[in-house]
Design a protein around this ligand. Structure first.
Ligand SMILES: [Zn+2]
Length: 114
């Protein structure tokens, strides 16, 4: 692993800890009484969560991971092994594969008639 890759891994770890912290704060905010401050906290947490997801996707892309665009910010696609000789990646959210499904081509009998 070169320096930039290890730096990216550190940033990724930092971001996932940040996301965890945001998640914990979200849980505790439910205990707060309704107020203008609570609304502001909810809004800030939503923005922070979105920003960290976007940063995570950008880091994943810089590390060479594929992204699934089923959501914004995008989801990271992870390797699930090989399908024949091609490495397959799947979205952890929608389960979409990087390998397109094979299309059955049906040639109507009338075309081959002559
Ligand atoms: Zn997806």
């Amino acid at each position: 692993m070169d320096d930039s890759a290890s730096t990216m891994e550190s940033v990724k770890t930092c971001l996932s800890l940040f996301s965890e912290a945001v998640g914990l704060v979200k849980k505790t905010q439910d205990l707060l009484p309704d107020s203008v401050e609570k609304e502001a906290i909810e809004k800030s947490l939503a923005e922070a969560g979105k920003a960290s997801k976007l940063a995570e996707a950008q880091i994943a892309q810089a590390l060479g991971y594929r992204l699934c665009q089923c959501t914004f910010p995008p989801q990271v696609m992870l390797s699930v092994g090989y399908k024949e000789n091609i490495e397959e990646f799947k979205c952890t959210l929608c389960n979409k594969s990087s390998i397109a499904p094979s299309i059955d081509v049906h040639i109507p009998a009338t075309i081959n008639a002559w």
